[in-house]
Ligand binder design. Sequence first.
Ligand code: MN
Length: 380
Amino acid sequence: MSEYVKIFDTTLRDGEEAPGFALTSPQKLEMAHQLARLGLDVLEAGFPAASEEEFATVQRIAREVRSPIIAALAPPVEAEIDRVWDAIKQAERPRIHTFLTAADVHQQGALGRERAKARAAAMVARARNLTNEVEFSPIDATRSDWAYVSELFGAVIDAGATTVNIPDTCGFAQPDELAAMVTYMFENVSNIARATLSVHCHNDLGLAVANSLAAIKAGVRQVHCCMNGIGERAGNAALEEIVMALSVRRDQHAVDHGINLDQLLPTSIMLQQFTGVTVQPNKAIVGLNAYARDKNGLHGEAMVEDARTYGLHSGRDTLRQRLADLGLLLTQDELNYAFAGYMSLTDYQGEVTDEDLVQIAQNGRRAADGVFDAIGHVYR
Ligand code: MN
């Protein structure tokens, strides 16, 4: 039987927290449903401690989104553990994800370390009394003393942690170094077999995906990642790049994953549409050029054909009129592409604003030029 690596997606927590990637509550819910279609193992829905609205959003995701484990991040404080439980307890399989801050993980003094370790264990035990799925992350672990990190893991696993995660919070690690750290944990955490070892890689040096893959080779069976690699600074490891590497180079990695590859592009496009942040054209897997087609390639035609089969001539006339009111006059070709974008946007949001219309018109023009498809994705 081959091994399996769990895909833990934190697009809606670590990704969405980053400046420029904010989503509204309805967008998060829609995104969560799409992430479930993608076939995630774990969906980190948010950080309920951040605000009342975030709490409510996480709660809705936990109630409505089925199949993945629904995780939420809880500060290592009793009241916050309990509050996160309130947010996720209606999920099919709720997971409490708690952590120790970098300050605690960087402690040098023996006394401070003992105190931090005891607190981590107590918080994990409290969470484990509430649910069978508990994950623990010592922030900035890769820049800390590995021996201390291994002691922390041992203590929290004894307290009931089912997953222990190594965050490379600042994107500092090198692939062979992170692999060595993973090996060190397998060799030095005596109860490691009772938990899943995981990594959380940031991309500050452009190595988040390489580091994640090196960690998988060294034996971790869960990776944290974000769609399109979004996240703070240079972002998190890109989900689509990790799973495509695992699929295309199965000869190298020999692990299975549960992601539906045909849902990668729709998920990527939905996120681009919601955040308004388009991936760079040469972005691996989901970038515009990565999906290059002939100028009159199949995809663009399919989009237009779709719009036709809907038979929504009246919808197109309405769009034409709204664009004309804004002074945007499109050729029939441009309008066809713009209409496909308009249709896809109305799937996601009830109201299409004038700003959206300007974007839709621009994308329609680019699509007609054979550069972008109508939802902002480049094809040539
Ligand atoms: Mn992070």
